[in-house]
Design a protein around this ligand. Sequence first.
Ligand code: ATP
Ligand code: MG
Length: 227
Amino acid sequence: MSDEPAIEVARLAKSYRTGAVQLPVLQGVDFQVAPGEFVSIQGESGCGKTTFLNVIGGLETPDSGYVKWNGVGLDGLNRNALARERARFIGIVFQSYYLVPEIDVLQNVLMAMRIAQQSSAKDSVAAAKTMLERVGLGDRGGQMPATLSGGERQRVAIARALLTRPRLILADEPTGNLDERTGNAIMDLLESLCRETQTALVLVTHNAEHAARADRQLTLTKGCFDA
Ligand SMILES: Nc1ncnc2c1ncn2[C@@H]1O[C@H](COP(=O)(O)OP(=O)(O)OP(=O)(O)O)[C@@H](O)[C@H]1O
Ligand SMILES: [Mg+2]
């Protein structure tokens, strides 16, 4: 495995303009995650946690500063290259799952793999089935997302995020829509799969117990991480 940090960002700044008002959200954030490390991020609602994940996940562009995935800077990448690199290096898990409603569970799990163009269709299907088994849904591949519970949908999203063997998972309140017991089970699953595969994990959460499981806990305040 490479010694490069799974992700490295420096002096990251981002503000939003609505009308005449400029709202600074990220104000010079420095941040690194070592290979396989688990980092949690907490902070008040509206402090910029989702914005931070979107910027470090290459879904939004920073106003200044840089983002490197596995040593590769995002600056020079065009749109297609960025999508492909993201699919290879990063897995993303959102609070509201974001499964594609028109295709079945197996096809949903395969989506990131298709974008990453990593392996043949046949190998991908076999790997996706194995991954569904790992998240306890081995017999659900043919179902449509709408027929699954919230916890099951999040399991599908986790399988999709991990299928490409990314170096880093970005998770934005992955248990935020789930009851406590289901949320704890999803957290157990996400953490154990990441630890087992040495995938780094950046977890944004309002759940202090989940945050405390991390190797390192950070709090975002006024656009920066508390020292
Ligand atoms: N596209 C946008 N345009 C304008 N303002 C935005 C945009 N996205 C976010 N904001 C503002 O930026 C600030 C940070 O939002 P963000 O969603 O990152 O917060 P958060 O920490 O994830 O909050 P929560 O815990 O509620 O999810 C908020 O004040 C929000 O209103
Ligand atoms: Mg948020």
